[in-house]
Design a protein around this ligand. Structure first.
Ligand code: FES
Length: 71
């Protein structure tokens, strides 16, 4: 699903950025450019970041992260 139409950023890309080491909305924005034009996506983008960080912290994404590191 597209979160940011201006930059063509999907929720999957935001999740990947977090699995790759981003740990805040600011870092995701700097990495992907999400929310840097019209800004309409900021609210949704922050929500995706928050949800994903929650998953990472609760360990649900550990298997995925481990695969990513191993690959
Ligand atoms: S939709 Fe993300 S900056 Fe416009």
């Amino acid at each position: 699903m597209y979160v940011c139409l201006c930059q063509g950023v999907t929720d999957g890309q935001i999740r990947d950025a977090i699995y790759e080491g981003c740990c805040s909305y600011r870092e995701v924005r700097e990495t992907l450019g999400v929310g840097t034009q019209c800004g309409k996506c900021a609210c949704l983008a922050k929500q995706v970041v928050r949800e994903t960080l929650g998953e990472v912290q609760s360990g649900n994404a550990l298997a995925y992260s481990a695969n990513f590191v191993a690959a």
